[in-house]
Design a protein around this ligand. Structure first.
Ligand code: ATR
Length: 287
């Protein structure tokens, strides 16, 4: 049996085992996907302990998903990293190779792009996009958003220097795709946008939405990378100002689909599983 798991701290809340079990059932892949709690100072040891257990049971450890706060530790553990993981400096998917090497990938950005374009039906090519936040969540998605061919991407953050550093790191990629990429502080956001993505922890911190409603062009899509109560404030704000509001559940399922494809070479029916998950969570909010 090929085995996989999600490693985090905390990890009990993770929907990944459910999502991957559905992917496996719907694609006819024989695999087992579990969850593993790692101590805050023991990520690499936990990965090794899990791999040892799997081997002793006579199974094969195929890979792991990594959730907060270990995405940087996972990048360090990988012996090889995909270009998008290199740019993000964070890894959410490990694949254990037969020769002992460990491939690190970051599927978060592809998950967001696929959700916006495939599930929400909004093409990103030529769009003006505002990305709010310059932490790990933002770093994970910036590269794929640029590669999707947006016309203009403004990265705004409470701490402007962090936005600037992230933009500098992505300047070559933006140039290669002809994207006008700029950084600014929250109080200096100018203009309006087709797509606004919230990658901050401001809802969690109870801080409200950190940008004015005029950033929402009529009919704009407003996406929060979180879901559930953590996204509620941003989504209510977006709807109150006429935008199409979308939570991060689609991104969650799509990033999992990208990991599943990397491991199994088979693309699972993500849109179907997203609908099943919404039904399960009784969250009929998103179309
Ligand atoms: P994550 O990995 O989820 O991105 P992080 O690296 O701690 O977490 O980043 C959190 C992001 O939310 C940052 O962009 C942070 O802004 P700063 O860089 O200025 O700290 C942003 N953030 C958190 N609380 C916020 C608030 N109340 N208002 C605006 N931005 C906030």
């Amino acid at each position: 049996m090929d085995r996989y798991c999600v490693i985090g701290h905390p990890v009990e809340h993770s929907r990944s085992p459910w999502i991957h079990a559905r992917f496996a059932a719907l694609t006819g892949q024989a695999l087992d996907y579990g969850r593993r709690l790692a101590p805050l100072d023991g990520f690499a040891a936990s990965v090794q302990a899990w791999r040892d257990e799997v081997r002793e049971a006579g199974d094969r450890a195929g890979g792991c998903n990594i959730t907060v706060p270990f995405k940087f530790d996972a990048a360090a553990l990988a012996t090889d990293r995909t270009p998008r993981a290199e740019l993000a400096r964070a890894v959410n998917t490990l694949r254990f190779e037969a020769d002992g090497r460990i491939l690190g990938d970051n599927t978060d950005g592809a998950g967001l792009v696929n959700d916006i374009q495939g599930n929400a039906g909004r093409p990103l090519a030529g769009a003006d996009l505002l990305l709010i936040g310059a932490g790990g969540a933002s770093a994970g998605v910036l590269g794929p958003l640029l590669a999707a061919g947006v016309r203009r991407l403004v990265l705004c953050n409470r701490t402007e220097d962090k936005a600037r550093a992230l933009v500098d790191r992505h300047a070559a990629l933006a140039g290669a795709h002809g994207v006008a990429l700029q950084a600014c502080g929250l109080d200096a956001v100018a203009g309006d946008y087709d797509v606004v993505v919230n990658a901050t922890a401001s809802s969690l911190a109870g801080g409200g939405v950190p940008v004015p409603a005029r950033v929402l062009r009529p009919g704009a899509l407003a996406v929060d990378m979180m879901y559930g109560p953590a996204a509620a404030g941003f989504l209510a704000w977006a709807e109150a100002h006429g935008a199409q509001a979308r939570d991060g559940l689609g991104m969650l399922v799509e990033q999992a689909a990208e990991a599943f494809a990397l491991w199994r070479g088979v693309r699972p029916p993500a849109a179907r599983v997203l609908q099943e998950l919404r039904d399960l969570l009784n969250a009929p909010r998103r179309p």
